[in-house]
Design a protein around this ligand. Structure first.
Ligand code: SF4
Length: 982
């Protein structure tokens, strides 16, 4: 296959054999120039000065007195002009989006040599004139009038807003142009228009001797004027990269622009009298491969490439290109390229040269997410200077971000753990552990726009340094991202300084986000060897024998029309400005041109419409299939889908498991090393496997910072508030018997709000909690429950408090969990053992021969239960866990105080019944005469212990594995759901 550029090199050598040093070749893109020089060098047999190679943008730019300015500066200048003409308090960040759009419209207006004054005013005049429109063609008048008639019926408020802006646009356009001329800068359209006007008036001065234009398709009127001028007046040559298939067939949209140029008096004669017919004139292998999802396409492409390299003798990587219409496919594709292949003779070849030529969106890089988080950190911070505090969510996200996490992994882990374990919702920088310059720089409050620039730049520098320390030989991709961002940031700082732009921090943060979002990372692989990966635009003028084109779906190739224009569609059509149908024609040309000289074409498209993807294949594929007559093979790859059935999970009591279990047994008279709590036994009754995960394997439920109060936290807050309240009273009794009289309880009632606040502050690890939203409601419910408990206690008073959750028998100050324990005798395999149990009791009080064992319950718990057996029935959905637990606490108490003479009464302060009149804390068991209060736990101890023994014997039975519960409702809120696939 001879490529177009090889043919062009021969042509150039034929026409300019001795004038190469004075020759300038102008191409649509830079990459074509690089390939051309390589082909030219290949055809030369002596050293010569190489001709100059330029892109059209560089060529026309060099003829313009205006310097092309960057987009940001242009939008800044446009904003200034707009503000001076339209009284608006619109902030720059709001203007930025549509300012860019307006700039593109101005660019299109100039590229298409449209009279901006008429375009932007005629809509209003048309209404008044309704005729006399000599300056427009018939077709233009019709289209513009159609627009106006339709517009007349549009919503009046929108209409007025539109007209208000439209009316000032001629002035904005004129003043803006004037301002840019004064500054000596311009956008591309302005440069092109000025050069086109200089060509028209023959006033253009230029340094070029011989000029060759090659490979153009859709020239704008400004470009056409310049090229025509050089062809007509300067002897320039023009070469078209075209094919008879779409040039001569009027129905083929790919030839739309070329046919138009062929009708031009000047450009027409530059077309070859009989265009080449490569597309249908050679044997091509074309296949369409439908694959679900994006990664699927990348994988299928990698396998196909490997297959071709192994099976097709003579296939050269240099003549192979992978074309990516969707730039997000770059990394999946890079990761799917095989590292090596074995050819049909058994030789192994590495694939170590891959050149990427395309833009990659900065917003798809991890650096963009880091910048977003830094911006968010500043946006969500409260307080100033050293007192500044940051929201845990952003801090955790930053600590887990790969750029931060991998710089000091251990430190990041420690800090994440500390924040989660302490439930810190807002935290200051000083609370983060470790001496780290990165943390010190990153976690600080920034006020003011200039300090923010320094802040972002400093953090990037530190990350860059840490990457450098890894001693990579070449800059890494991460450094490439950092470099790009660094450049944009510095440029933005310069502009903000130059323009003395006054921006508030939130506005600036939004603006920064918008600007970074639009940036692209330009990958430009210079070496022309190896496998090429490129975007669609980069393929112009290049021919490859083997093509792998991905993402051939509607909306990607051709791309979805962009609606970013202030000029309505009909007016664009009327004035000959580009519309989306022209964009389709443009992409059709790119597609057929790419194919015309290729031999093997493998086209991949996505078949799935999941995840917002368009599963419809491109219209260009249908055209190729039904219009071209070329043989096309088609296949659709599918992954057979099967709903994976989660296999039942059970853990046998192996040696390892047994070793853990037997730590709970008293062996040879020694006390057990570990003990089960009532809630562990409740867990075992709920689900044997959950018990195994939690108490045998020791898999902890993950710590998670709770910003708002969940049910478990709600219970803890009530417990803690009541405990703090009674502790204060007990401490006031200075070691004496802490008796509570009704007056004491009234006194305690007054202190309730303060202890509730303290319980919240302890939970969030702060000095003071500001109650907002849901927490405000939760706080008032906690206070209400506390109030109800105090009212019951006031009625019950006087009584003596014996123990509270964290302290028991205050005069001795021993820890409660050590005090309440017992051993239950069981038999395992005919041998006698004793199982260790322990428990922490919320509160114990005493009054007139009664000891109450009390538990605070804030869920749905009830005091009533059917029978002692019902407390151990694992399939009983109404099993009363609270009663099972409180009865066991009572037995634990008795075991610790065998001499106790008072009645031991288990009771619940359960929120479900607490507000009922005549509330009684005692548990109630069903008897012959209905439910009766439990007067003394001793009355039920034997029956209870018998049930408990049989439960423990089952738990230690080596033949009974830890199995999953049958009741899926129990899995709904289980922390181990993921492990169980439930
Ligand atoms: S998910 Fe269900 S079966 Fe698995 S441990 Fe939890 S409760 Fe048991």
């Amino acid at each position: 296959m001879r490529t177009f550029l090889e043919e062009l090199a021969s042509e150039v050598l034929t026409h300019y054999p001795d004038q190469l040093d004075g020759l300038t070749l102008v191409f649509p893109n830079r990459r074509a120039g690089l390939f051309f020089q390589q082909y030219l060098a290949g055809q030369l047999n002596q050293p010569v000065w190489s001709p100059q190679v330029l892109t059209l943008e560089e060529f026309i730019g060099s003829l313009s007195p205006l310097k092309k300015a960057d987009g940001l500066l242009l939008v800044f200048e446009l904003f200034e002009i707009y503000k001076s003409l339209a009284p608006t308090d619109e902030s720059f960040d709001k203007f930025f989006f549509w300012g860019e759009m307006l700039l593109q419209d101005f660019d299109a207006v100039d590229q298409h040599l449209v009279d901006a004054r008429l375009l932007f005013t005629n809509i209003v005049q048309l209404n008044a004139l309704d005729g006399g429109l000599d300056f427009l063609s018939e077709e233009q008048i019709t289209v513009v009038q159609e627009f106006w008639q339709h517009f007349g019926t549009a919503n009046s408020r929108q209409k007025q807003e539109f007209i208000a802006i439209w009316e000032i646009l001629p002035q904005v356009y004129a003043r803006y142009r004037q301002r840019l001329q004064e500054l000596g800068i311009g956008y591309q359209g302005l440069q092109f228009r000025q050069v086109a006007e200089a060509c028209r008036t023959l006033q253009l001065e230029h340094p070029y001797r011989h000029v060759v234009f090659a490979g153009f398709n859709a020239l704008t009127p400004a470009e056409e004027s310049v090229l025509s001028h050089f062809i007509k007046n300067e002897g320039a040559r023009m070469y078209w990269d075209t094919d008879a298939y779409y040039l001569q067939d009027l129905w083929q949209e790919a030839g739309h622009f070329l046919r138009r140029h062929a009708r031009s008096k000047i450009l027409g004669p530059t077309f070859p009298p009989s265009p080449p017919a490569h597309l249908k004139g050679s044997n091509k292998y074309i296949e369409f491969i439908g694959v679900p999802l994006e990664v699927g396409q990348a994988k299928a492409m990698g396998e196909k490439l490997l297959h071709c390299l192994q099976e097709q003798q003579g296939l050269k990587l240099e003549r192979t290109a992978i074309v990516l219409p969707d730039e997000h496919m770059l990394f999946p594709v890079l990761h799917s390229i095989p590292e090596q292949y074995t050819d049909s003779r058994g030789s192994v070849h590495p694939i170590d040269t891959v050149n990427v030529t395309m833009g990659y969106p900065l917003r798809s890089t991890p650096l963009f997410s880091l910048i977003e988080l830094m911006v968010e950190l500043q946006g969500s911070a409260r307080g100033a200077g050293a007192k500044a505090q940051f929201h845990f969510r952003t801090v955790l996200a930053l600590l887990r971000h790969p750029y931060i996490y991998y710089v000091q992994t251990e430190l990041a882990r420690e800090n994440i753990h500390a924040i989660e374990a302490k439930n810190r919702v807002y935290l200051s920088a000083s609370e983060l552990k470790g001496e780290s310059p990165l943390y010190t720089t990153l976690f600080r409050r920034i006020e003011g726009i200039q300090p923010l620039f320094d802040y972002l730049l400093q953090v990037l520098e530190l990350i860059n340094e840490s990457i450098n320390e890894e001693n990579y030989e070449q800059p890494t991709l991460e450094q490439e991202y950092i470099y790009q961002f660094f450049t944009h940031l510095k440029r933005l700082r310069e502009l903000v300084q130059q323009q003395r732009l006054q921006l508030q921090m939130p506005v600036f943060l939004k603006l920064l986000r918008q600007i970074v979002q639009e940036q692209r990372l330009p990958f430009t692989g210079e070496p022309l060897s190896g496998l090429q990966i490129m975007g669609v635009l980069e393929t112009r003028l290049l021919d490859f024998e083997n093509l792998f084109i991905l993402s051939m779906n509607e909306g990607t190739f051709p791309p979805a029309p962009s609606h970013g224009s202030f000029i309505p569609y009909n007016l664009r059509r009327g004035w000959g400005l580009p519309t989306f149908d022209q964009q389709d024609a443009l992409y059709a040309y790119y597609f057929y041109r790419m194919l015309q000289r290729a031999k093997n074409v493998h086209i991949f498209y996505n078949t799935s419409s999941a995840y917002g993807l368009n599963g419809e294949r491109s219209r260009l594929l249908y055209q190729l299939l039904y219009e071209s007559g070329l043989p096309v093979r088609q296949q659709v790859l599918t992954h057979p889908l099967q709903l994976a059935r989660a296999l039942p999970l059970e853990i046998p009591k192996s040696q390892g498991v047994w070793e853990v279990l037997q730590q709970h047994l008293s062996l040879q008279g020694d006390p057990p090393a570990r003990r089960f709590t009532p809630s562990a036994l409740n867990t075992y009754l709920d689900c044997r496997l959950r018990f195994y995960f939690r108490y045998v394997a020791g898999i902890q439920e993950p710590d998670e910072v709770q910003e708002e109060v969940d049910p478990a936290v709600f219970g803890n807050l009530v417990h803690r508030a009541m405990e703090l309240l009674y502790l204060e009273h007990i401490r006031d009794s200075k070691g004496g018997v802490p008796v509570l009289e009704p007056e004491d309880l009234r006194q305690l009632h007054r202190g309730l709000p303060a202890v509730v606040d303290r319980a919240f502050a302890e939970h969030y690890g702060v000095k003071e909690v500001s109650f907002e939203g849901r927490n405000h409601i939760v706080r008032s419910i906690v206070e209400k429950l506390g109030s109800a408990i105090l009212r019951c206690d006031e009625e019950y008073a006087p009584f003596e408090i014996i123990a509270l959750e964290s302290e028991s028998h205050f005069s001795r100050g021993e820890r409660a969990e050590n005090r309440y324990r017992m051993e239950v005798p069981i038999r395992i395999g005919g041998q006698a053992y004793r199982v260790g149990l322990k428990g922490i009791i919320d509160r114990i009080d005493r009054k007139e021969g009664k000891v109450r064992i009390l538990d605070y319950k804030t869920g749905q718990d009830e005091k009533r239960f059917e029978s002692l057996a019902s407390l151990f029935e694992r399939d009983n959905l109404r099993r009363n866990k609270a009663a099972m637990q409180t009865l066991l606490y009572s037995l634990l108490y008795l075991s610790a105080h065998p001499q106790e003479e008072a009645r031991v009464i288990p009771g619940l302060y359960n929120s479900r019944e607490l507000f009922s009149p005549g509330f009684d804390v005692r548990l109630e068991i069903k008897g012959e005469r209905g439910y009766q209060p439990v007067q003394d736990v001793r009355d039920y101890a034997d029956d209870y212990l018998a049930q408990l023994r049989s439960l423990l014997e089952e738990l230690f039975d080596p033949a009974i594995p830890f199995t999953q519960t049958e009741n899926l409702r129990k899995c709904e809120y289980c922390a181990y759901r993921g492990m169980c696939h439930r």
